[in-house]
Ligand binder design. Structure first.
Ligand code: V47
Ligand code: SF4
Length: 385
């Protein structure tokens, strides 16, 4: 069925409705949707930056995998007889390793653990910022804020204010899952319902923090649930404007209670659609991320031609998706990341957390080597981060 009316809307900059998004999900020509989203990505990027693809030299830190919740899709938390809880010193020791490699951000999230209360995180962040004032702390999902505030008996706002005072720089977008209650119920997601998740991000935005937003697919959601999810994000962004980026996530099942065949596992087509349709629908989100850890390196590269303009980070050690069976590397060297972006026909741009440009790997046509030479040169430099 034709989507010419939607194409016209996109070209004239008119906002898409939820019905339009549902039609795009059902439209059989994926390439047409991808090309449309790519055009939007280029237009948003602005003159001279049409081919920019961002990444960050960062490190994931997960201080504890003990969690009071039991979300069915989570293999990271509560592995049998094998939970860990780092001390403040252990968190700092791990962070030091990353900082020694030149990262500009730590991205810290963990399970909901009564042993890791607000005082613990204040201490971690304060000590980290004292030692490394130049490194950005992106930490505490809305789920963790809800938990810590309730544990402490204070408001979300006061909880966020205390963390900001300790040095919190921004909030990651984890824990949104799928906002629809029926999907959440089937996945035993009892934490942070949509209104609370969105409300906490709204408070963070009003306090001056930037944040990101995710959507976890492959947990039994239908197209309508995904569209409802991105619609709620778009409405929140209209109100408070602090989301920098949207990240579609894909569930991995190893070690979870989700049985093979129980629900539809997203395939390449679904994942590229999520990228492209979110780029088209989320007209108030600056960036769309191709999370290579979950998409795989090849599909993440392909996603760059379907509307994504960010490849996330070097990460150093990913735990959450790998606990559930991801086969991607645990980390990517900067050179590898840049080579992936170049090979896809884009210009690698190293950014900081809030998308300030640190370095553009760009040459004028006169200076430019062939693509193969540039990739070879990058691969010859440090193999590890
Ligand atoms: O919140 C849990 C999801 C998220 C599984 O903010 C799973 O820039 C797949 O939020 N298979 C954590 N996913 C990751 C995340 C993230 C990643 C990269 C960048 C940013 C950002 C955020 O992973 C969790 C949950 O939704 N998750 N279990 C699983 N088995
Ligand atoms: Fe806990 Fe988060 Fe895992 Fe749910 S997804 S069990 S809240 S760590």
């Amino acid at each position: 069925m034709s989507i010419s009316d939607i194409v016209e809307k996109v070209k004239s900059g008119e906002r898409l409705s939820s019905e339009d998004a549902i039609r795009l999900y059902k439209h059989d020509d994926l390439a047409e949707i991808g090309a449309l989203a790519n055009g939007v990505r280029e237009k948003r990027a602005g003159a001279g930056q049409e081919k920019y693809v961002y990444y960050i030299h960062n490190m994931h830190l997960n201080p504890t995998n003990f969690c009071v919740e039991t979300c069915r899709f989570c293999s990271y938390a509560n592995p049998e007889n094998n939970s860990y809880t780092w001390t403040v010193d252990q968190v700092l020791d791990n962070a030091r390793y990353g900082v020694s490699l030149g990262i500009s951000e730590i991205h810290m999230v963990g399970g909901l653990n009564p042993a890791c209360d607000l005082n613990f995180y204040e201490e971690v962040i304060r000590a980290f910022k004292k030692e490394f004032p130049h490194v950005h702390v992106k930490a505490m999902t809305a789920v963790e804020i809800e938990y810590l505030a309730n544990l402490e008996g204070i408001t979300y706002e006061d909880c966020l204010k205390r963390l900001i005072d300790a040095g919190l720089g921004s909030m990651p977008g984890g824990g949104a899952e799928i906002f629809d209650e029926s999907v959440r119920e089937n996945m035993h997601v009892k934490k942070t319902p949509a209104a609370t998740w969105l409300g906490i991000h709204g408070i963070a935005h009003k306090l001056g923090l930037k944040s990101t937003a995710t959507m976890l697919t492959g947990i039994g959601e239908k197209i309508e649930h995904k569209v409802d999810h991105i619609n709620q994000l778009r409405e929140q962004q209209d109100k408070t404007g602090g989301f920098m980026c949207f990240i579609p996530l894909k569930c991995y099942y190893e070690g979870t209670t989700i049985k093979p065949g129980e629900i539809h596992e997203p395939d390449y087509n679904d994942l590229l659609r999520d990228i492209a349709i979110s780029r088209l629908f989320l007209d108030n989100f600056p960036h769309i991320k191709a999370y290579w850890i979950q998409l795989g390196e090849e599909l993440a590269q392909t996603a760059l031609s379907f509307g994504a303009d960010d490849m996330d980070g070097t990460i150093l050690e990913e735990k959450i998706t790998h606990a559930a069976g991801a086969k991607t590397p645990l980390q990517l060297a900067k050179e590898k990341m840049e080579s992936h972006i170049l090979r896809s026909g884009f210009v690698p741009v190293e950014r900081d957390t809030v998308y300030n440009i640190k370095r553009v790997i760009e040459e004028t046509p006169a200076e430019s080597k062939s693509l193969n030479e540039r990739i070879k040169a990058l691969q010859l430099t440090t193999a590890r981060v």
